[in-house]
Design a protein around this ligand. Sequence first.
Ligand code: SAJ
Length: 432
Amino acid sequence: MLKKKIKNNKEIIGVFGLGYIGLPLALNFSKKKIKTYGFDTDIIKINKLNKSQSYLSNISSKEILKAKKNGFFATSDYSLVKKLDVIIICVPTPLTQNKKPDLRYIKSTLKSLLPFLKKYQLISLESTTYPGTTNEIILPELEKKGFEIGKNFYLSFSPERLDPGIKKVLIQNIPKITSGITTQCLQISSKIYQKVYKKVVKVSSTQAAETTKLLENVYRAVNIGLVNELKILTDKLNLNIHEIINAASTKPFGFVPFYPGPGLGGHCIPIDPYYLSWKAENVGIKTRFIKLAGEINSSIPKIIVKKIKNIFNKSKKRNYKILVLGVTYKKNINDLRESPGIKILDLLKKNKFKVSYSDPFIPKIPKLRNYNLNLKSVKVTTKLLKKSDLILIVADHDKFNYKFIYKFSKLILDTRGVYKTDLKNKIVYSFN
Ligand code: SAJ
């Protein structure tokens, strides 16, 4: 049944969660002329998409329009699930306040789907989560409905891999890991993903696929923590960590460069490792690297603000003016989730600095969980640069004119290593 539909490109796909992961995925299936519906609980997103408007910096409205011509549309009507053959879940997996896995979105999506599920459908979970989620949270609900997994219903886990803000790597060129509860589930899931991805990598179980994804992100968090710690050390030794990393990068094997920054942001890297450490604790294992990297990475914003306080606490002048350049969690995107830039703005304000920011992607900082900064992005003018006591580079967007900034600034704290030279002795490199 389902196999035949897939063979004839007649399957109907529903993508649940139209964020950084779900929307590009839905558009890619549409591009292949596969009937695709996008589901989301955010009506604003739904309306924008149905008016061919994009809300992601790396997706153009033209792409939405093109997908709509291929039959894509967005909805929050879950009863349409009964029309679907393939259900792909790309909803967020945040942490609770005490850094435990928060599966509320997976659970609420599943609950909304259940009444409309029918035989011969495939559910593929893509949300990053701890090993065992697919088997322990989704599988039992399907069996309670009487489905026989692998026979008249299929279930897989296939982690998303997308580097937000990097336009040059096309989604279809990123190898796609997939798995299944049974061989049949794996076969069907692979056939679906082969329509979009050039390379589909099959692994032996959903737990292996879940863990693969976590390894990829823990690897990043730990290595970023390593260079952030080495930055503090090399500052003390009066060495330039960026020069050292670039020199080490000439090693043609066995070394992948990571760079120190203002801290760790995004909806994945600061969060995913705690899904693995939580699972480890459940089986009595202490994952010390994860915890240590988390401590180091989350300490950086405070270290930077302490440095700024040290720079100014010698002279009498009060409420120094600090201009923060870039507040998103990394360059060239419009995402503030877990952004160290927000933490730094908040700490600067609490320490009585007169703070302003400029970010071409963030015209106004919205109210965020734990922060109400009430700031609007300002234009980087000669006047503003001249009257600012310090320029703090946090997200090194390519759109900034760094030459112009250098020319008219008094002092620049460069957390991203943007400036390779400092002829006028304006750059503060050290965080100590
Ligand atoms: N960062 C550093 N130094 C580095 C690299 C990153 O400080 O050398 C910081 C960034 O500024 C940012 C944070 O780490 O604040 C996370 O950046 P990231 O690029 O590592 O992660 P994301 O969340 O933007 O995207 C990642 C994907 N990125 C890359 O592989 C480069 C990938 O790990 C995942 O596919 C994706 O998250 C996901 O959805 O899991």
